[in-house]
Write a protein that binds this ligand. Sequence first.
Ligand code: HEC
Length: 140
Amino acid sequence: MKQFLPIPFGILLAVIACSSDTTEQQDLGLKPPSELALLMRDMTTYADSTRSLLMRGGAPLPFPKDHARMHTATATDDHLDRATFTAFADNYLAQLKVFNEAAPEDRKRTFNAVINACASCHNNVCPGPMVRIKKLYVPL
Ligand code: HEC
């Protein structure tokens, strides 16, 4: 039994570092939001606006080039596993490109694949915002 202890402990630390550090301490004004947290807020606004546009049958917004900054933006949790993060970030940026190049009839489906890419990373590195992310899927 003993040898299993370090793993759940590690997960617990990651969750604490991500959710309480980012949201609660920032809301209390104890810590300014990190570059990555600010970028994530912009990404959430972009996804929310795009969802509304698609529901009204509109076209995507201009390609959000700044989302690529997720590779270099500094995070609240400096123990973030970079290799894992980079793989999920590349997947997100690839889905974003597919969505932006999709034919009109494929836009909703490929947009939901972008939201899946948000969710995959969050399920692994930062589960706190999952409640918010689940609301971003566009009904098919
Ligand atoms: C490659 C991993 C990854 C992907 C992809 C990703 N996120 Fe994040 N997200 C993070 C990490 C890590 C944080 C914590 C940032 C920090 O506090 O420095 C975060 C933070 C957040 C936050 C909280 C920001 C705050 O105010 O503290 C929200 C909301 C969020 N992400 C939404 C999204 C949405 C929506 C998408 C897709 C459009 C997305 N994320 C894609 C890793 C990711």
